[in-house]
Unconditional design. Structure first.
Ligand SMILES: [Zn+2]
Length: 372
C-alpha cells in the first residue's frame, strides 16, 4: 500500500533561494518540453517520447544561456518531463484537458525528487542533493520504503515535504456487506451530508465561521489598488484564510470519512451529482464549499485500506423524488420542498433522508442484494 506522509520544512535563507531556483527550473523545463512536444507534433504528426525530450534537455544544458540548468537537481528536471508525459497520457486516455503551460503566478511551487535524499529522524533533517541538510519536523516515523518526495511552497510562503511510502502490505480483502451493514449518503445543501440511517452531518461551526469571513476578506481585497502594499497585505490575509479553511475542512472530512468507513461495510453514494449541481448557480457556492469531491476521495482510499466497498450509482436515478417506502414517483416535487407525505402510502419523508435511503436501495439493487 502506498501511503503519503507530509511534514513542514524549515529552510534557511540560502536554502530558500536554492528552492526558488529549483521551482523555477522545473517550471521552465516543463514549459520548454511542452513546447518541444507541440512543435514536434506539428511537423511530424507523431508524439515526441519522454526519452527523446530528456536527450534534448541534455543538449540544451550545454548551450549558452542555459547553463544555469546545471546548478539545480537534474533528477527533478527529468521528473518534470515525466509529469508532462503523465499529463499527456491523461489527456489521451481520460480525455482530460490538454496540458497547459505553467505560469509564474501559480500559487503552489513544487519540485519532485525520486531518490538520493535521506531523512535523519534524530536530528530532524532531510538531506537533499546539491543542498545538504534542511530542517524538517518529522512528526511521524516512516515505516516502509520511501518513494518520490515532493517539496512545495504554498501561497502563504510555508514549505512542505510529502513522501510517498510503500509499506509493503497488500490491500485487505473486501469485507462482505448486506442491507444492514450498508449506509447510503446524500450530499446536502444545508447539511454537509445526510445518511440513510436518518443522521444529518453538518459542517462544524469553526468552518462555517471561516467561510463567513471569506466574503468580507474578498471584498476588502477588491477595494485595494492592485499592486499596492495594502493590496499585497490583503491578499496574504485572504491566502491565509484559504489555508485555514482548507485545513479545517480536511480535518473535518478525515474524521467523518474514517468514522463512516469504520462503522459500515459498504457506503453507497451518487457519482456525478457535483457536476450536475454546479450548473445550478444558486447551489454552486454551497456545493463547492462543501468540498464534496475531496470528501469522496478520502472516503474511497480509506475504504480500500479497510477492505470496505464504495458503491456508486448514476444520477439518472430519481433518488429524491421516489418514495423510499412504496416506490411512488412524486414528479411534482421541487427543490424547495424539504418534507413531503407520499400520496400513495402516506409515509412522511424528510427530503434528504428519503434520498439517502433510495441511494442505498439503488446501490444494493445494482449488486442484486435486494429487490424492490
Ligand atoms: Zn409511498
Amino acid at each position: 500500500m502506498i501511503m503519503a506522509y507530509k511534514y513542514r520544512l524549515y529552510p534557511n535563507k540560502q536554502q530558500m533561494i536554492f528552492f526558488e531556483k529549483q521551482f523555477g527550473a522545473c517550471r521552465f523545463v516543463y514549459n520548454w518540453a511542452l513546447e518541444q512536444k507541440i512543435k514536434y507534433y506539428e511537423t511530424n504528426k507523431k508524439s515526441l517520447s519522454c526519452f527523446a525530450v530528456n536527450n534534448q534537455l541534455a543538449i540544451l544544458k550545454k548551450q549558452e544561456g542555459y547553463q544555469w540548468l546545471n546548478d539545480v537537481i537534474a533528477q527533478s528536471l527529468q521528473m518534470s518531463i515525466r509529469n508532462l508525459d503523465n499529463a499527456f497520457t491523461k489527456f489521451f486516455r481520460e480525455k482530460k484537458g490538454f496540458p497547459k503551460f505553467k505560469s509564474k503566478k501559480n500559487g503552489v511551487r513544487s519540485f519532485k525528487l525520486p531518490q538520493n535524499y535521506s531523512f535523519n529522524f534524530t536530528k530532524n533533517t532531510i538531506r537533499i542533493p546539491k543542498l545538504g541538510n534542511v530542517k524538517v519536523i518529522l512528526t511521524k516515523r516512516i515505516t516502509g520504503v520511501c518513494k518520490t518526495v515532493t517539496v512545495s511552497k504554498n501561497s502563504t510562503g510555508k514549505y512542505y515535504i510529502s513522501v510517498l511510502v510503500d509499506d509493503g502490505n497488500e490491500l485487505p480483502e473486501k469485507v462482505p456487506f448486506d442491507d444492514t451493514t450498508t449506509v447510503g449518503i446524500d450530499i446536502g445543501i444545508k447539511d454537509f451530508a445526510i445518511l440513510s440511517n436518518g443522521e444529518k452531518v453538518n459542517n462544524p461551526e469553526y468552518l462555517k465561521t471561516s467561510l463567513k469571513k471569506l466574503k468580507t476578506f474578498s471584498k476588502r481585497l477588491s477595494r485595494k489598488q492592485k499592486g499596492s502594499n495594502n493590496f499585497k497585505k490583503a491578499k496574504l490575509k485572504l491566502s491565509r484564510l484559504h489555508e485555514t479553511i482548507s485545513n479545517q475542512r480536511n480535518d473535518f472530512q478525515h474524521k467523518l470519512s474514517i468514522k463512516l468507513v469504520r462503522e459500515n461495510q459498504a457506503i453507497a453514494l451518487e457519482t456525478l451529482k457535483v457536476c450536475n449541481m454546479i450548473k445550478n448557480h444558486n447551489l454552486a457556492q454551497s456545493i463547492s464549499d462543501a468540498g464534496w469531491s475531496s470528501f469522496v476521495d478520502k472516503l474511497t482510499y480509506k475504504a480500500e485500506w479497510y477492505g470496505k466497498t464504495i458503491l456508486r450509482i448514476g444520477t439518472f436515478e430519481p433518488s429524491s423524488k421516489l418514495c423510499s417506502n412504496c416506490g411512488y414517483h412524486n414528479k411534482e416535487l421541487t427543490l424547495v420542498v424539504r418534507e413531503w407525505t407520499c400520496p400513495s402510502c402516506n409515509a412522511f419523508h424528510d427530503r434528504d433522508i428519503n434520498a439517502a435511503i433510495n441511494i442505498k436501495k439503488f446501490a444494493l439493487q445494482d449488486q442484486n442484494l435486494i429487490g424492490i
